[in-house]
Design a protein around this ligand. Structure first.
Ligand SMILES: NC(=O)c1ccc[n+]([C@@H]2O[C@H](COP(=O)([O-])OP(=O)(O)OC[C@H]3O[C@@H](n4cnc5c(N)ncnc54)[C@H](OP(=O)(O)O)[C@@H]3O)[C@@H](O)[C@H]2O)c1
Length: 335
């Protein structure tokens, strides 16, 4: 079958105010791009939607420049090479890279990684074997460094990163509690082996619910969410506890000042270590992370649900769904 000669792509139409809307993104068509010299032309199969993109479309430089209005939405993707101008990659190979919300990626060979579909389903390169898995693995093992028997609390626990963090903490022999936004998600994380679950919409006050779920206090807190839940968790931390600040999704659509309980006395008297991170800090060790995670996947000790949106045209919907809690596990678009 001949290849479609048009490339559909999503541009950022405007910087969203508050919760993003589908109209903040513009679906546009152009001619299929040419294969670059020393690069590959890839047809997208899977596109990842991720909460960090909210920061990238805020018009503000964070740890990286914002995506300007009028530009293609950047994002991790997986696809099949349709043309190659580099000796190390052949047409037909499956690759992952950052070509974004579009049908085709015209990408420099150095900016893609070839996948082995016999090793794992190709879309896991966007989940457990991609940024999600690396975030969970390195954030937890390097910053929280949980010891056997310790209590680990994970917020956003039914999501892509959180569900992986909790399962890894179980593999390491910890008592693991997760927070989620629905009863179904709480049941889901328990089915993954979590010892307890807190539904942040109903299990109030948080301090009381956490005391029941974490009777020995909290040694490690892996925070994906922030806000009042985190205020409560900080009060429950044990002496020399560790907090890995991975995400603050409850704040991403809110430009107002986030005023909460100040945690510094807790940090001082309990001698806590609280550290934020961006996963690329460990980029030079990603091969090691992928090796360990694939062993655990093959042993059946680490798995990840996928919430799949069909069709490129549904990419903004999939992205917005992250802030409405529509996804369980990794949110993906199947192009
Ligand atoms: N530091 C890094 O390098 C790095 C890398 C990757 C991801 N992250 C961060 O890790 C976190 C999880 O990312 P992910 O890709 O795994 O996404 P995800 O958890 O799969 O999806 C987002 C989830 O967040 C929850 N959520 C949305 N709005 C919320 C709110 N106001 N309060 C509480 N929970 C809310 C929803 O679940 P509920 O139904 O439970 O509300 C939703 O399903 C995000 O904060 C992200 O920014 C950081």
């Amino acid at each position: 079958m001949p290849l479609p000669d048009r490339n559909r792509r999503f541009l950022l139409a405007r910087v969203p105010e508050g919760m993003p809307r589908e109209s903040d993104f513009l679906l546009q068509e152009e001619a299929r791009p040419a294969c670059p010299a020393n690069g590959v032309l890839v047809r997208s199969i899977w596109i990842s939607v991720d909460p960090y993109l909210r920061g990238r479309i805020s018009g503000i430089r964070t740890y990286i420049d914002p995506i300007p209005a009028g530009s293609v939405m950047e994002s991790a993707a997986v696809g099949q090479v349709v043309e190659s101008q580099t000796p190390n990659i052949q047409a037909g190979d499956f690759v992952t890279g950052m070509w974004g919300w579009q049908d085709y990626g015209a990408v420099d060979a150095a900016r893609v990684r070839v996948l082995d579909p016999a090793e794992a389903p190709i879309q896991t390169a966007l989940g457990l074997l991609g940024g999600t898995g690396m975030t969970a693995y390195f954030g937890l093992t390097e910053l929280c460094a949980p010891k056997q028997g310790e209590t680990v609390l994970v917020s956003g626990a039914a999501g892509a990163v959180g569900s992986a963090v909790g399962q890894i903490a179980k593999i390491l022999g910890c008592h693991v509690v997760g927070t989620t936004g629905t009863e179904a998600k709480s049941e889901y994380i328990k089915s993954l082996g979590f010892d307890g679950a807190l539904n942040y919409r109903t299990d109030l006050p948080y301090r009381q619910s956490l005391s029941q779920l974490c009777p020995n206090g909290i040694d490690c807190y892996f925070d994906n969410v922030g806000g009042e839940l985190t205020d409560a968790a900080m009060q429950m931390m044990n002496f020399r506890g560790r907090v890995a600040v991975c995400g603050q999704i409850s704040q991403y659509n809110d430009r107002s000042l986030d005023v909460g309980r100040r945690p510094f006395t807790e940090i001082l008297v309990k001698q806590l270590r609280v550290e934020g991170f961006i996963v690329t800090r460990w980029a030079s060790r990603f091969a090691e992370g992928r090796r360990q995670i694939s062993v655990w996947m093959k042993e059946g000790r680490l798995r990840c649900e996928e919430t799949v949106y069909e069709g490129l045209e549904n990419t903004p919907k999939a992205f917005i769904g992250l802030f409405r809690g529509e996804n369980t596990g990794k949110a993906l678009v199947h192009v």
